[in-house]
Design a protein around this ligand. Structure first.
Ligand SMILES: Nc1ncnc2c1ncn2[C@@H]1O[C@H](COP(=O)(O)OP(=O)(O)OP(=O)(O)O)[C@@H](O)[C@H]1O
Length: 747
């Protein structure tokens, strides 16, 4: 019998046969293809509410025809496969069957099931014993098989998470497509964008019809809803408006569809549109300056915008993908609802492809710089998504999301700002290529995204712990309220909500409207104050068992209004709320319409009050969690490099408590470190003076009562106020926060 030495084994044969064996014993038939009659889980708001704020999915695409033919020719030249190929040919099998993907979906997960999605990357390697293969498993909420089409991805992510209703109710939804270049991100996002364009208007009409009980006069057509969109690409620190026509050097605009996207053009004609700086205004809104907003009035108008923007999108060839997207593309759809404070927004983000060093080797220096900028922003994004996912699992974990550290994450502020009272949902779809030669990149993509899918940490059972808010009633924290306490709060807050409404601009607008048109007959004689006084609903019907304060606070605004309307018991009141076009004289109807809008306005005031309470309570708990860190290593506080400062501390200030040290660190830690470092670099010394100066300044503030909570209640972390570029100095503080997160998750 001939001796087979390891070096004689053909690597491809070995790898393919190992993968086949692994797949035969580990995969059930249902995970290798999508069952055609298997409907996606039905989207119910109850389900979406119960689910987490961040959903993580994995997707692998099928081989492209070019990849298939390359792989088949590889098999053909591989010695050991000859017999298999001959046998396959004889049996009439297509050779395609011989090609095995480097990624397998072991379980596609499922939203209702406890099962999680599982993807296994088969990573080949060469050892001294010969070729080897490692099967690396990764878990997420969902994993899509290569045969899954865009509609299935859309249904099981956006639809099952009830994202359209969230956005139409004034919430924030965001879908991020992440992955290696050429792994199918643009394919997925294009599918999702067009599906959203198709469904958004129907969702708006359905939502309004279910709220008012009438199919008429609802949604966009009646002017109640205003929708508009922006589509930008982000390259480095600047945004470019994809909906503005590009301008050539001669100043003429380039028609859409003209090929301006080859690599040479990229270097020579850069940029083709004016760069728009990104900034955060005083109200905290982040938008690229002068970006054009486009009203959208129908599914086709949104679809046309999407097609136009994608044609403009900057692409250039990379080693992996002939038309690689070299930028992050962000489609934002804004929803303004008459009488609502919050603007809903849906952000659909096709991230630039992540690239490794080997992928960059064919790049010109300009493209290399772009790749570096892209990879840097993907790293910043990772920090933010991780923190956001952790915050979504439990309100009481101390989390700081460093979204100001990069322009990409700054643009995504609506989804990352934990201090906002808007409801949010984030979906991350990590894409991998099916090629075995990409296995190590696939493995790093999945290990980037898998940790976002965090299982909620156990709540502390120690009632004195700031992490524990269960069984401990706090009248200012809706998350601790039982059904009865929630009912009481609704009853007590009715008067306050009415007062707030009467002081609003809407109330004044309706007052002016009523007196101007001098509506006649029935309710028409009432002024706004009288109408507001009539608003009433049954608190018990609004919060039936087992509705707790926490559950109520997770409700979307539109759903809340609908529930308030359903909880009306007074027959006359119900009748005027249910009045439909054609039911009555037009003057009556107009008065009833105004009353309906006033009713909704009062309901919303109560809803905003509830959400404000939750945000404030969450911030209080976060502060408490931060302070509860009993042991703070001195290196944590002042930085390992500052041992001189540490020595001086005892001489200048004497011992300080943990709370004081923390406050000092939050306010001045970065500044002290930076100054000490500068001084050291310039060989100046004087560390003692630097430390003393900051210490005295801090002491003055501390003694005059300006404590840490106040600065946080003022909605700004000391290290956040720097904004934009200054975010880089944040790193020390973020490291500390990171370690806090880890400790908490373990606890
Ligand atoms: N699910 C899929 N089914 C069929 N073909 C696909 C699928 N996903 C991607 N493709 C094909 O794979 C190729 C690469 O896809 P795509 O351009 O979407 O990748 P990408 O990740 O956006 O790359 P880059 O980051 O370089 O832009 C395209 O030719 C696309 O048509």
């Amino acid at each position: 019998m001939p001796i087979v030495r390891p070096t004689d084994i053909d690597p491809l044969t070995y790898q393919y046969s190992s993968i086949r064996k692994w797949r035969a014993s580990n995969l059930s038939p249902s995970t290798t293809t999508t069952a055609p009659n298997d409907p996606p889980p039905s989207p119910t708001t109850a389900h979406a509410r119960a689910s987490k704020d961040a959903l993580i999915a994995f997707r692998t695409r099928p081989f492209t025809p070019t990849e298939l033919s390359t792989l088949i020719s590889e098999i053909e030249v591989s010695h050991a496969s000859e017999t298999a190929i001959a046998a396959a040919r004889k049996a009439g099998y297509p050779l395609v069957k011989d090609v095995v993907p480097g990624v397998s979906v072991a379980c596609d997960g499922g939203l209702d099931a406890k099962q999680r999605g599982k993807m296994v990357v088969h990573v080949p390697s060469m050892k001294w014993t010969g070729p080897a293969l490692t099967h690396k498993p990764f878990e997420a909420d969902l994993a899509f098989v290569p045969e899954a089409d865009n509609e299935e991805v859309y249904q099981r992510t956006v639809v099952s998470q009830d994202m359209l209703n969230l956005v139409l109710s004034g919430g924030v939804g965001c879908v991020l497509a992440y992955g290696q270049t050429g792994s199918g991100k643009t394919w997925t996002m294009e599918g999702i964008e067009h599906a959203v364009a198709r469904d958004l208007f129907d969702a708006a009409d359905a939502l309004d019809a279910s709220n008012t009980g009438t199919g008429k006069d609802t949604g966009v057509g009646s002017g109640k809803l205003e929708l508009y969109a922006t589509f930008i690409e982000l390259l480095g620190k600047n945004a470019y408006d994809l909906l503005a026509d590009p301008v050539t050097a001669s100043g003429t605009s380039t028609p859409v569809g003209a090929d301006t996207n080859n690599a040479e053009a990229e270097e020579d004609v850069e940029p083709q549109r004016p760069a728009l700086p990104i900034y955060e205004d005083k109200l905290g809104l982040v938008r690229p300056s002068a970006v054009t907003t486009h009203p959208i009035t129908s599914p086709s108008s949104l679809s046309t915008l999407i097609t136009r923007a994608l044609a403009h999108r900057r692409t250039s060839a990379t080693a992996k993908n002939a038309r690689s997207s070299r930028s992050h593309a962000i489609l934002s759809i804004y929803v303004r609802r008459k009488g609502w404070g919050d603007e809903g927004v849906l952000m659909l983000v096709d991230l630039a492809g992540s690239e490794r060093y080997e992928d960059l080797k064919k790049h010109s220096p300009a493209l290399m710089a772009q790749s570096r900028a892209n990879n840097k922003s993907l790293l910043a994004l990772k920090e933010c998504v991780r923190a956001k996912a952790l915050a979504g699992t439990d309100d009481d974990v101390f989390v700081h999301v460093p979204f100001r550290s990069d322009k990409l994450t700054l643009l995504l502020k609506p989804i990352f700002d934990l201090e906002s009272h808007q409801h949010t949902k984030l979906i991350v779809i990590a894409h991998v290529s099916p090629l075995m030669s990409d296995a190590s990149h696939s493995s790093s993509t999945l290990s980037y995204a898998a940790p976002f899918s965090i299982v909620a940490p156990q709540q502390s059972t120690n009632p004195s712990s700031p992490m524990s808010n269960t069984n401990k009633f706090d009248d200012k924290d809706p998350r601790t309220w039982s059904t009865e306490q929630t009912v009481n709060w609704v009853k007590e807050t009715m008067g306050y909500a009415k007062e707030r409404y009467l002081a609003s601009e809407d109330a004044q607008m309706y007052e002016a409207q009523i007196s101007k048109s001098a509506v006649q007959g029935g309710d028409a004689g009432m002024n706004v104050e009288e109408m507001v006084a009539k608003v009433d609903w049954d608190a018990q019907l609004l919060c039936p068992e087992p509705m707790t304060g926490r559950m109520l606070a997770r409700m979307y605004g539109v759903e809340w209004v609908r529930r308030c309307r359903d909880a009306v018991v007074d027959a006359d009141l119900k009748k005027s709320l249910d009045l439909k076009s054609g039911d009555s004289a037009s003057s009556h109807l107009q008065s009833a319409k105004i009353f309906g809008e006033i009713f909704d306005g009062v309901a919303l005031q109560m809803y905003f009050e509830l959400n404000d309470l939750v945000v404030k309570a969450r911030n209080r708990t976060r502060t408490g969690a931060m302070k509860s860190r009993k042991v703070i290593k001195e290196d944590d506080i002042y930085g390992a490099a500052d041992s001189e400062v540490m020595k001086d501390r005892a001489e200048t200030g004497g011992p300080i408590t943990t709370e004081e040290a923390l406050d000092f660190e939050l306010k001045y830690g970065n500044l002290v470190r930076k100054e000490v470092e500068d001084s050291r670099r310039e060989r100046k010394g004087g560390f003692h003076d630097i430390y003393s100066r900051w210490r005295s300044q801090w002491r003055r503030e501390w003694d005059s009562g300006e404590r840490a909570e106040e600065s946080r209640d003022g909605r700004a972390w000391p290290d956040d106020t720097a904004g934009g570029e200054g975010g880089g100095e944040d790193e020390g503080a973020e490291d500390e926060v990171k370690s806090t997160n880890e400790e908490t998750a373990v606890a």
